[in-house]
Structures are given as C-alpha cells and as structure tokens.
Design a protein around this ligand. Structure first.
Ligand SMILES: CC(C)(COP(=O)(O)OP(=O)(O)OC[C@H]1O[C@@H](n2cnc3c(N)ncnc32)[C@H](O)[C@@H]1OP(=O)(O)O)[C@@H](O)C(=O)NCCC(=O)NCCS
Length: 182
C-alpha cells in the first residue's frame, strides 16, 4: 500500500542524507536545512520544552528520558542547526509500529517538519518489516488527522472517552488510524 512517490508530497524534498532545504512555505525555515536524527539524551530538554508547550498532559522529563532505554522505542528529532523543531516516536510491538507522539514546535508549523518526521517513521517501519503503523488521535485534532491522511492513514475505529479531561480540553474520543505497509 505504500506508494512513496505519491505520498512524499510537496513538503518532503529531502535528499539522500535526510536533509531538507526546501521547506520555506512561510519563510521561517527558508534556506535552512532540517536534519532528522535519532533522539539522544542531549535532545531531551528541548523535546520536553516542546511537549509542555504543545500538550495539556505532557510527558515528564523522566518519562521522555526513559524512552531512551525502552528497547521497543524508536524516537527521532528534526533539527535546524542545534535547535529541535520537532520530534516523533513509535514503539515497535510485535510486527506493528505504534506511533506514540509527533509534534512540531508552534513557530515552525506548516513547514513540512511533521511530514519529514512521519516519512522517516514510515521508512523505519518499512525497514523493520512492520505490517503497519497505528495511532490514536483526538477527534478534534484536525491538523493531525489531515497529516496522517496525507500519508495514507485511514480511520479504523473509535476509542470512546480515550482522552481524560484536562484543564483546557474535555474528555474526548480517540480515532484509531492505521496505515498498512504489507
Ligand atoms: C499536527 C502537527 C504535528 C503538524 O505539524 P507540521 O509540521 O505543521 O505539519 P506539516 O507542515 O508537515 O504539514 C503536513 C500536513 O499536515 C496537515 N496539516 C498541518 N497543519 C494543519 C492545519 N493547521 N490544518 C489542517 N491541516 C494541517 C496538512 O495536510 C499538511 O499538508 P499540506 O501542507 O500539504 O496541506 C502540528 O500541528 C502539531 O505539533 N500539533 C500539536 C501536536 C499534535 O497534535 N500531535 C499529534 C498527536 S496525535
């Protein structure tokens, strides 16, 4: 099902080394390169800063750092110079990839950062011969749903009241999405 050419999209003109010099939709990243690398301990504080800026129920520093020692976890970061502009992680469980999180720092959104990250997760899953990738996304999170749909993820079910209420968000259902690779 994975048609790399048709799904690579306008935001994903990354070269062989994973760098991207064309993500200049709104000018913020113009003439800069975005490099996708494996998450290391040095990245954790910046990832945590994005996590707390983006989510109402952010992972703690310890929980994020714990993923470095999780044998099932695969985390990647998008770097512009030394700055982390986005990150994504998945767990390789049996023969499937469970996408745990993906986020772009607010000031770098709509520049293809999440697209690059998701493309790399799909490549990783393909390399590891996973049968597919799955995730949960809030019913109200249209930007994320559009991102996943762009890469061929389809709705496969609903988990009722999956997300607990937070200070700013109500209790909410999750959409279960899948992208099958074989
Ligand atoms: C969802 C998110 C990761 C997208 O990151 P991004 O770097 O801005 O995404 P990209 O620039 O790569 O956009 C890729 C596609 O996502 C979709 N998209 C991104 N932002 C969107 C928005 N505000 N509205 C609608 N669709 C959007 C579009 O389909 C877009 O493709 P296009 O540019 O060809 O239209 C980002 O908005 C984010 O960090 N949100 C908060 C964290 C979150 O919700 N994570 C997902 C949890 S399940």
């Amino acid at each position: 099902m994975f048609d790399k050419k048709s799904e690579s999209g306008e935001n994903s003109k990354n070269g062989e080394n994973g760098e991207n010099g064309n993500n200049n939709k709104n000018g913020i990243i113009q003439c800069e390169t975005i490099k996708i690398t494996k998450m290391t301990p040095e990245h954790i504080p910046q990832i945590h800063a994005i996590e707390t800026a983006v989510f109402d129920d952010p992972w703690s520093l310890a929980a994020l750092a714990g993923e470095l020692n999780n044998p099932h976890a695969m985390y990647i970061v998008a770097e512009k110079s030394a700055e982390i502009v986005g990150y994504a992680g998945m767990w390789h469980v049996v023969n499937e990839g469970q996408i745990i999180n993906i986020a772009t720092a607010p000031q770098y959104r709509k520049n293809g950062v999440a697209s690059l990250l998701l493309e790399h997760l799909i490549q990783l899953a393909t390399c590891h011969e996973m049968m597919g990738l799955t995730l949960e996304v809030r019913l109200s999170n249209i930007p994320a749903q559009k991102l996943y749909q762009k890469y061929g993820f389809q709705q496969e079910g609903i988990r009722k009241n999956y997300y607990a209420a937070t200070k700013t968000t109500p209790r909410e259902d999750a959409i279960i999405m899948w992208k099958y690779l074989i």
